[in-house]
Design a protein around this ligand. Structure first.
Ligand code: CTP
Length: 426
């Protein structure tokens, strides 16, 4: 029994059961099947990975359909790429592809794809550590397929591209090299570094499709310590392909640390309220030095999702105002509420994290712990009974009642109704 056989069997029961089943099915269909890529890398590193990547030397979609039929799973297939995803497995997802060979006819463009063997499929990949496979057919279950010495690079902690053109073919791999190097505390190998530098000199990162760059950037911000990667990327490639005037900022060290602390604090106290997205906080910090016009341009060029770009822009537009208004003395609770309420939690927390005044932090805490959950007793029905017709006025009165409650000016329904009457008369 190989050590890899053992490793596959040590995976969570459902996952390892699925892999055995897929291997048996491949046997029945007379094709070779493998687990590949980051999934194999993470098995060796002992890192949990819930994205199982399978490659078959044959028709990946037909194989995926059989798996789906056998286990009664949902299948989403992408005919153009010969790939399919299985959904409905408990706690993990499976991507299945046909082994393929890729030819890059134009630098930085998508490759032309041909059916191929596992060796071709591994050769088209980014780094040796991501270019290993393990057989899952029964008679070879657990055999490592490692044409490019990925296992040895994994042991010594090296990020090594497979050939000199790797970053010309796919410049987003520059970001990936940095991201994996920093995530695993590895080192990019010397020749690979020189290939990266050459691709940077040829401005390949300016030529790649922006949405592909965006997806890699987002992955970088989702790492647990994104600043390490940003520093390394700045040293290797700068940021001009993201926005011409963007530079690495010395203050980021402190800002990112503060942002991480605030995000941790939020998770501790408010994870029930909403799932926080710290990566959006880091992206907001990253883009903050840009002038508004350049920032809007970058948001458009990269076509960030609305949820991301709106919070990045919101931080850029609101931070100075929030800082100015909330670092004053004697600010009423209702004013704090009105400033924070329209902002996302990410923007509010980041403002508190970066502010020079502790008052802003204190007020963000008051907002989250106290004001944010405040409710009034008076309802729309009560206002109707007092003769108010539904319309904008309606909401204004309810808002005023809430502000009064936050400021401690009304305590119960009776006092709220009395104030409502006064407001109606106004
Ligand atoms: N890959 C590649 N070049 C890219 C993107 C992906 O060669 N530009 C290959 C790598 O072999 C990688 C696999 O496709 O392992 C799967 O890609 P992805 O899911 O992005 O990467 P993972 O290695 O699984 O990384 P992560 O742990 O961040 O999910």
């Amino acid at each position: 029994m190989t050590v890899f056989y053992k490793k596959l069997n040590e995976l969570p029961k459902e996952m390892s059961g699925f892999i055995h089943m897929a291997g048996a099915l491949a046997d029945e269909m007379g094709i070779n099947a493998y687990v590949v890529g980051g999934f194999v890398r993470d098995i060796f590193l002992g890192v949990k990975n819930f994205d199982v990547d399978l490659v078959v030397e044959g028709d990946g979609i037909a194989f995926a359909s059989e798996c789906a039929r056998e286990l009664d799973l949902k299948l989403v297939s992408h005919k153009r790429f010969g790939t399919a995803t299985l959904h409905g497995l408990r706690g993990f997802k499976v991507d299945i592809a046909s082994a393929r060979r890729e030819i890059y006819e134009k630098p930085a463009a998508l490759p032309v794809v041909f059916k191929g063997h596992i060796k071709d499929d591994l050769f088209r990949r980014d780094f040796t550590v991501n270019a290993m496979a393990i057989s899952i057919n029964k008679h070879r279950f657990g055999q490592l397929v490692d044409f490019y010495d990925g296992h040895s690079d994994l042991k010594t902690g090296v990020i090594r591209a497979l050939h000199a053109n790797s970053f010309i073919d796919d410049p987003t791999r520059i970001l990936r090299a940095v991201r994996f190097e920093q995530r695993f505390d590895f080192k990019i190998d010397k020749a690979t570094l020189s290939w990266i530098k050459s691709a940077v000199r040829r401005k390949m990162l300016h030529k790649v499709q922006k949405h592909r760059l965006r997806d890699e950037l987002i992955l970088m911000f989702k790492e647990s310590l994104p600043l390490k990667s940003l520093r390394r990327l700045w040293g290797l490639a700068g940021f001009s392909y993201i926005a011409p005037s963007l530079r690495f900022q010395k203050e980021w060290q402190r800002f990112f640390e503060e942002a991480a602390k605030k995000a941790g604090w939020f998770e501790e106290h408010f994870s029930h309220k909403r799932h926080l997205e710290p990566y959006v906080m880091y992206m907001s910090l990253f883009f903050y030095p840009l002038a508004h016009k350049e920032l809007s341009q970058a948001m458009r060029d990269f076509a960030f999702h609305k949820g991301e770009s709106s919070r990045i822009l919101s931080f850029r537009e609101n931070f100075t105002r929030v800082e100015k208004e909330l670092s004053k003395k004697n600010v009423r609770g209702s004013v704090v509420y009105r400033i924070f309420e329209p902002l996302s939690y990410e923007v509010a927390l980041l403002s508190a994290a970066l502010s020079k005044s502790v008052l802003v932090l204190k007020r963000a805490q008051d907002f989250l712990f106290v004001y944010n959950g405040q409710r009034i007793h008076v309802k729309g029905e009560d206002l109707k009974r007092l003769g108010v017709k539904p319309g904008p006025h309606f909401k204004n009165i309810l808002d005023e009642l809430l502000y009064a409650k936050i400021d401690g000016e009304v305590k119960d329904k009776e006092e709220e109704l009395a104030l409502a009457q006064k407001l109606i008369q106004k």
